[in-house]
Design a protein around this ligand. Structure first.
Ligand code: HEM
Length: 501
């Protein structure tokens, strides 16, 4: 398996004229036509585990031939750094997955878009206007209201001595926050519920392993199975709702302009419409782009955060000492400020909370394989040739549990982050819950603001117990893979309201 390759972007200091023979990355035995697909299908049902198992046999960069597609999987700090930093430009694109075409408005969004001027403009708007720290802070009241509603509904369940399904509650809370931040008051209850349930159906149709991606000649399968029709029907209705929301936002803005009223606090859709109407130097964004980005935000911003909260609560239930330490820290801060709820301004005093969240993201990154990258031109990584067109997955889950980088990697031990300067901002390649490089998650601030505030208040306001005499060590921690990697079994807990002395 060797290939004569001309390296253009190699970090190995080869000049663009060097011709050398570099092998392709190793991989398991392949079969005719299907290549190595059987290794994936017969392995662990969770792709990040099955790929980690293959990597431990064949190396920290492996290449799988799946039908017509080359898939490289990376699971060492050094290889991840080459892909996401040294040669980031070469890997800054995304493969165009068939089932994602419709909902991303023909890849006119941010998350699924190929690298190019359109993506660069949308990403710039995202980083400089849409998801800035200032914008995220402007949604503080929305988060506060959502947390109060959550605490109230848990208190009601506690009064009835009922176990609380935290999966359900936390999903409702994060959905509520994202919907209000995106569409503010225009998002009525019925419409919100419809939009969310359609999004959920769309996610289950578009996520997971789809063989049509690997065998393009099987294009008719999606039509035969009715998947194509279902995606189109859902898309049509989601698009109608987004059109209605845009129409209502435009009417409101027109009215304000006529009355000479300052636009005031903008929601995310307002920001996108303003970016569309202002235009940019010899480039503009279309209404399609606006709808595609709104969809990205709904898809990317809900399950990621709520899954993280559920894993944090699960780990704390299994580690009573960490739970006690965290509650003590939170309750002290609340007592000092004579507060019944932790507010955003208190969060910077909660060091242990931040360590707990980091440790949760290390063990349970909600996107364990990040989002797939596409190699734009043949290049060399760690001495191997990665051909142009190869899809690349970085196994963030495997990196986070690798004993080469972490002491006692399977242990939940938030204190490991006490001294260490390891952070998730994309500079430590053994810890990549948000990815790194040009395509690093632009929603880190948005996501963390909700995760921190919600967790702090769940632990301030309640003491938690497992129902039915379940012991901490018996809590099922199995994962299930969907839009994110969440808990297989819903987390149901008994809450007792905490009364401060
Ligand atoms: C705990 C919460 C979150 C986690 C763990 C998370 C994780 C990730 C990861 C791993 C990626 C792929 C990065 C890569 O390819 O290197 C990503 C991309 C993305 N995320 Fe997040 N995310 C979270 C919250 C959010 C939120 C709240 C938003 C929006 C409000 C958001 C918007 C996006 C977008 C638009 C992309 C695509 C970026 C691009 O392709 O340029 N995320 N996220």
């Amino acid at each position: 398996l060797t290939l004569i390759a001309k390296s253009t972007k190699s970090s190995r200091k080869s000049s663009s004229t060097d011709i050398f023979v570099a092998p392709l990355p190793p991989g398991p035995r392949q079969l005719p036509i299907i290549g190595q697909l059987h290794h994936l299908l017969s392995g662990d049902p969770l792709p990040h585990i099955s790929l980690r198992n293959l990597s431990s046999l064949h190396g920290s960069i492996i290449l799988l031939r799946l039908g017509r597609v080359n898939l490289a999987v990376v699971s060492s700090r050094e290889a991840a750094e080459e892909i996401l930093r040294t040669q980031d430009l070469c890997f800054a694109s995304r493969p165009q997955l068939t089932r994602n075409r419709t909902m991303s408005y023909g890849y006119n969004d941010i998350a699924m878009a190929p690298y190019g001027p359109n993506w660069r403009l949308l990403r710039k708007i995202c980083m400089t206007e849409l998801l800035t720290a200032k914008r995220v802070a402007s949604f503080a009241a929305i988060r506060k209201e959502a947390v109060s509603a959550l605490v109230e509904s848990i208190a009601a369940a506690a009064g009835r001595k009922e176990a609380v399904n935290l999966k359900q509650k936390l999903e409702e809370t994060t959905n509520d926050i994202i919907m209000k931040a995106a569409f503010s008051r225009e998002c009525r209850q019925g419409r919100k519920a419809e939009l969310l349930s359609m999004m959920r159906d769309m996610i289950s149709l578009t996520s997971g392993l789809n063989v049509v991606e690997f065998f393009p000649w099987l294009w008719f399968v999606d039509t035969m199975l009715g998947v194509k029709g279902q995606i189109e029907r859902l898309f049509k209705r989601i698009d109608e709702i987004l059109e209605e929301l845009i129409g209502e936002h435009e009417d409101r803005l027109r009215l304000k302009k006529m009355e000479g009223i300052e636009s005031g606090d903008e929601d995310l859709l307002d920001v996108l419409l303003r970016a569309r109407d202002q235009g940019h130097v010899d480039q503009s964004i279309s209404t399609e782009n606006v709808k595609a980005i709104a969809t990205d935000i709904l898809f990317a911003g809900t399950d990621t955060s709520s899954t993280t909260m559920q894993w944090a609560m699960s780990e704390l239930m299994r580690n009573p000492k960490a739970m006690e330490k965290m509650q003590k820290e939170i309750r002290q801060v609340a007592a000092m400020g004579r507060k019944r709820q932790i507010e955003e301004e208190d969060l910077n005093q909660l060091d242990y909370l931040k360590q707990v969240i980091k440790e949760t993201l290390r063990l349970h990154p909600s996107l364990p394989l990040l989002l797939p990258r596409l190699c734009r031109e043949t290049c060399q990584v760690q001495g191997y040739t990665v051909p142009a067109g190869t899809r690349v997955l970085v196994n963030a889950w495997a990196l986070g549990r690798d004993s080469r980088y972490w002491k006692e990697p399977e242990r939940f031990w938030p204190e490991r982050f006490n001294e260490a300067l390891v952070d998730f901002k994309g500079a430590n390649f053994e810890f990549l819950p948000f990815g790194a490089g040009r395509r690093i998650c632009p929603g880190i601030n948005f996501g963390l603001a909700s995760v921190e505030l919600v967790l702090a208040n769940l632990l301030l306001c309640f003491d938690w117990e497992l129902p039915d005499g379940l012991r901490a060590e018996d809590l099922d921690m199995s994962e299930v893979s969907g839009s994110t990697t969440g808990r297989k079994v819903d987390l149901c807990l008994l809450a007792t309201p905490y009364v401060s002395s």
